[in-house]
Structure formats: C-alpha cells, structure tokens
Design a protein around this ligand. Structure first.
Ligand code: GRF
Length: 218
C-alpha cells in the first residue's frame, strides 16, 4: 500500500463512504478519521478497519467555535495531503478552509448544482428529474458550491421511490469517490486555486467508467 499520499476522512454518521474509501486504499492511504457524533456508526467502521478515529462532539465544548478549533488542531496533526468529507454534517470553518485550501473534497448525493443541501433524492423526484446521481467537488465556503470534479449519473426509473434512488446513488458514490481520490493521489487530477484540471488519461478513464468529468483539461 502506498503510504505517501495521506487522506483524512471526516464523517458524522453511517460511514459507508469512509469504509469504502478505506477499502480502496492503494494509491492513497487513509491515515485517520474525525467524527463529530459519538453515536456515529462510522466509529465502529473505523475500529473494524483498524483506522484511528477521534470523536469531537459539540457537547464536549462550550462553544461551536472551540469544537471547530479542536477539529482543525487534530486535522493539522494528521498531516493530510487530502481531506475527504463523507457525510460530515457541518460547514467547515474558514480557518479550516485556509489551512487546507485546494485539499478538501466532499461527496454530495445530487448532480450539482442541482439540489445542494439535504433531502436530495425526494427533491429530485418531486422536480420530475429523469437523471439524478452524485458529485465529488472541491469544498469552498458555501454549501455544496465548490468546483465539481466528477459526477456519476443514475437514471430515475418512473415510479421509483426516494429510498431506492438513495440506494442506487450510494452505489455510485462508492465507485466515484475512491476513483477521484486515487486520481488526485496519482497527480492525474489537480486542484489549483479552486480550479480542477485533469490529464487526458484521467478524462478518458472517467469516460470508460461512465463518470462525467466536470473540470478543465491539464
Ligand atoms: C452520502 O449520501 C453522501 O453523499 C452525503 O452524506 C451521505 C453519507 O453517507 N454527503 P455515509 O455516511 O458515507 O454512508
């Protein structure tokens, strides 16, 4: 396993993307995880995978600012090359963004810029979308607004439910996120000043996997 590209994962809940990122280590190494919810199933995932996880619940700190300060301190200590948000249910602090500029990714269960925020599957159904999916994007100060890197699409079958759609999108998330992280670890996708660029090799690989690359050419 390569140990020279260090990935730190932040999650708040189930942790299936965290587990899946850990399963696909090779080009990168998941060196640790941070969690803000002591009841998160992802903590068990980390223990099973033998990955160290630090839990930083809001209730342990007098203010949200102090909690965020501790998250930043722990993240800096992990010396990550890349930070992957994976169901991390808070907006990262401006100090966190500046400490790790161009090095924070998120996965979101919609084809951004459509449906930022919560309840994306029900909203996609209510809007009568024929195509839904997920996006890996660079994190900026907004809610799901950073530059998109790549998307995986899921056709919406007539009469489908939000639950079934969620399952189908999650399957695609588990294909897409490790692929993007591996491409960044190998230098095939680069992020500079919030802009995403990919080599011809990465762009053609994205196409062969059925992903839609959303950045620029390198
Ligand atoms: C995923 O749907 C992800 O797109 C969103 O939060 C969910 C996290 O799921 N940001 P899990 O905790 O990785 O299973």
């Amino acid at each position: 396993m390569a140990d020279n590209f260090r990935v730190l994962v932040l999650f708040s809940g189930r942790g299936s993307n965290f587990e899946n990122l850990a399963r696909h280590q090779g080009a990168y190494q998941v060196v640790g995880a941070l969690c803000d919810n002591p009841l998160a199933e992802g903590i068990n995932v980390a223990q099973r995978a033998g990955i160290s996880v630090a839990c930083v619940p809001r209730s342990d700190y007098p203010t949200r600012a102090l909690q965020k300060q501790e998250i930043l301190r722990l993240a800096i200590g992990a010396k990550p090359d890349l930070i992957c948000l994976a169901g991390f249910m808070q907006i990262v602090a401006p100090e966190f963004l500046s400490a790790f500029s161009d090095r924070i990714l998120n996965i979101h269960p919609s084809l951004l810029p459509k449906f930022p925020g919560l309840d994306t599957h029900a909203r996609a159904l209510a809007a009568g979308e024929s195509m839904h999916g997920c996006t890996v994007h660079v994190v900026d100060a907004g809610l799901d607004t950073g530059a998109p890197i790549a998307q995986a699409e899921v056709p919406v079958a007539p009469g489908t439910s939000a639950e079934l759609l969620a399952t189908q999108v999650l399957q695609q998330e588990h294909r897409l996120y490790p692929w993007v992280v591996s491409q960044i670890a190998c230098g095939q996708i680069k992020i500079r000043l919030g802009k995403v660029q990919a080599t011809a090799q990465a762009r053609s690989e994205a196409e062969s996997y059925g992903f839609v690359y959303r950045g620029e050419s390198l």
